[in-house]
Write a protein that binds this ligand. Sequence first.
Ligand code: ACO
Length: 429
Amino acid sequence: MSDTARLILEGQEYEFPVLTGAENEKAIDISKLRGTTGYITMDPGFKNTGSTQSGITYLDGENGILRYRGYSIEELAEKASFMEVAYLLIYGDLPNAKELDYFNDSITHHTLVHENMKRFFDAFPLGAHPMGMLSSMVASLSTFYPESQNPNRDITDIDLTIHRLIAKIPTLAAQAYKHNVGLPTMYPKNNLSYVGNFMHMMWGVPAEEYEVDPIIESALNKLFILHADHEQNCSTSTVRVVGSSQANLYSSVSAGVSALWGPLHGGANQAVIEMLESIRAEGSPLQSWIDRAKDKTDSFRLMGFGHRVYKNFDPRARIIKKAADEVLGQLGIDDPVLDIAKQLEEVALNDEYFVQRGLYPNVDFYSGIIYRALGIPTDMFTVMFALGRLPGWIGQWKEMTENREPIGRPRQVYTGATHRGFVSLNDRK
Ligand code: ACO
């Protein structure tokens, strides 16, 4: 097969190299297109644009395959700890026992945040959205660690920044939660696992010894792994683009948190539960919701359905659906919202509109149900997603930095007014 692509423009022929990925994916390298032809490509939403060559996550949307560094998501979700997966995504291989010990130890030693940050939390209004708080707090970490702002820092400094960020994000997330429920901040407990410590900071109270429930710990471990990376999605691309200006890791990840917040991305898990609750409250037949989702004059979409890259099924949704059943069973919770979710899935999957467009439940359709069963408030769902996605953002930022990728700066086709002379205020109609 040819390893070049030919383009004929205004009667002239140009050749562009074809790149082949490790799994035989093909791309036309048009990085010299503008220089040689004067043209740019137009691809709103970057639906056909590869922004980088990455060795982190492989995703085959047609066949529902997701692998981190070659390991299948199914195997990792079943057998690995979140910290092992974090190490894998960031450093390229699963850690051996010594490497994992060192990693865990380093993370454990950076879980405290500067006491002054408590004053930032005090200043947020009660009921502030925790994603807004998290994004601000992550960005403000850079002010406490100015060395992170030096773009020429060495590898040890970068590792320290990475470990600090992984260590502190659960502390900040739990502080955001405690702020809204009006309970005292819980300091980290370093004898607990990463997930166990987060649970202690979320649900522990100073007067009592918090006991980590292994069912919840294991469910959260799985959820974090399932969310840990997803190649060049909206928030990850944001992290890479912000980082490409050599902005520090904290600021780049803070931008990723903001990108994740939107209901079309990570915010969908909150939107799903809100939608299911409205369906329950209104009591109208499920078909009427499906009809609304299909109606192009109605802005309503079936939240938790559809995905930019999965057009057959989302492998994470399969794992999570099973996990939701198990967790609710183990905790003895009978949630009517889960029943509605199952019925809705059934109706949608048999509807021609959804079948034709390849719209299937995505990871967010079921994750919210588990979070709800664990007693996590709805507005914290996307924060949970951010905790899981952090190693992916970091791994992608590190890869982009090490590859010395150029600053992200797309072009446009200008459609505004052509040149006009300035008209003074008195002469304007
Ligand atoms: N409900 C109803 N119709 C939908 C839905 C939906 N949830 N999703 C897509 N469609 C329709 C579109 O209207 C469009 O129809 P058309 O071809 O007749 O115009 C077609 O399916 C293709 O949809 P696009 O919006 O072009 O697909 P895109 O890849 O741009 O968007 C997205 C993907 C944003 C996830 C979309 O499916 C959506 O809005 N889903 C609901 C929000 C959601 O669950 N987001 C979470 C994504 S997973 C994650 O971020 C971890």
